[in-house]
Design a protein around this ligand. Structure first.
Ligand code: C2E
Ligand code: MG
Ligand code: MG
Ligand code: MG
Length: 278
């Protein structure tokens, strides 16, 4: 085929591998059976002090042919097939086992699919894993997207209320991108608001993004809840967010999501590093 017969799509080669990667129930079952899912960890930093406060667990699929695949490649399918429940269980088991080894002031944030909010087992699973691994539930932050609270607000409020009563912290992920009626967040028992990376990435170039960040921080302050920014890639963003009053941050600037061994090495070295926040 001559070059002028190729469509624009044919020329975008990096997407090809992803397109060829088919996921369906039996492929995901196979991956689960063969322990191909791993939990990576990304540190979260107290922006004023530079201390590490915890880690977010992010799923990875170590695919034998395609290498490490990101959640984009499998979460939506797992939600459709119901296998998200098994993946969430895996995240809880792996993550709790991991933080049990860390200092008790470090927290563990996990992403909870909006489908799992309807799952009666979630609270039970979290409670029994806290017992099994001797984890104080207050160390666990459950991240929900705004969508989770929209489909059935009354049910969401009840379940979130129970989780909070049992000691878990609740966070709203990707804030500023959605449609949630933000003042409802207080009623929904959240203790943390995560500013989406799309706003962080454009905060230096778009006054709209900057204003969004400022109003999100003001809202959080008025509700007495913490703010954490995701997707911080440079010093300008880290310092800028701190100056706007954002308390916590995570992003490639501090560390990419890492496997368990790299996370432990990173943690050992973090305090020895010259501050990235000056
Ligand atoms: P999220 O919870 O908003 O996670 C943040 C995403 O931003 C992660 O992508 C992370 O790798 C990426 N990220 C962090 N810092 C930077 C940065 O400085 N620059 C850039 N460009 N990206 C950064 P990842 O790991 O691909 O995860 C994507 C999404 O998949 C997550 O978004 C979350 O919604 C979902 N996900 C990940 N793990 C799980 C899980 O265990 N369960 C569920 N239900 N969803 C998960
Ligand atoms: Mg998250
Ligand atoms: Mg997020
Ligand atoms: Mg995000």
């Amino acid at each position: 085929m001559s070059i002028d017969r190729l469509s624009a799509d044919d020329l975008i080669s990096p997407g090809r591998a992803d397109q060829a990667l088919v996921t369906n129930e039996s492929i995901l079952n196979n991956a689960l059976k063969n322990n191909q899912f791993a939990l990576f960890y990304q540190p979260q930093i107290n922006l004023p002090t530079g201390e590490v406060v915890g880690f977010e667990g992010l799923l990875r699929w170590r695919h034998p042919e395609y290498g490490v695949k990101l959640p984009d490649a499998f979460i939506a399918t797992a939600e459709q097939t119901g296998q998200i429940a098994e993946l969430t269980q895996l995240v809880i088991d792996t993550g709790f086992k991991f933080i049990e080894k860390l200092q008790p002031q470090l927290s563990f944030s996990l992403n909870v699919s909006s489908l799992c909010i309807r799952d009666d087992h979630l609270l039970h699973t979290l409670d029994s894993c806290c017992n099994e691994f001797h984890i104080d539930p207050h160390r666990v932050v459950l991240e929900f997207t705004e969508k989770a609270t929209l489909e059935n607000p009354q049910q969401a409020e009840d379940i979130l209320g129970q989780l909070k009563t049992n000691g878990f912290r609740l966070g709203i992920d990707d804030a500023g991108t959605g449609y949630a009626d933000m003042p409802d967040l207080g009623k929904m028992h959240f203790s943390e608001l995560k500013i989406d990376k799309s706003l962080v990435t454009t905060m230096e170039t778009s006054s709209k993004s900057r204003k969004s960040i400022i109003s999100t921080i003001a809202l959080a302050e008025s509700l007495g809840i913490a703010t954490i920014a995701e997707g911080i890639e440079n010093n300008l963003e880290a310092i800028g967010l701190r100056e706007l009053g954002c308390q916590f941050g995570q992003g490639y600037y501090f560390a990419r999501p890492m496997d368990e061994a790299d996370t432990l090495r990173w943690l050992e070295n973090w305090n020895k590093r010259p501050s990235l926040l000056t």
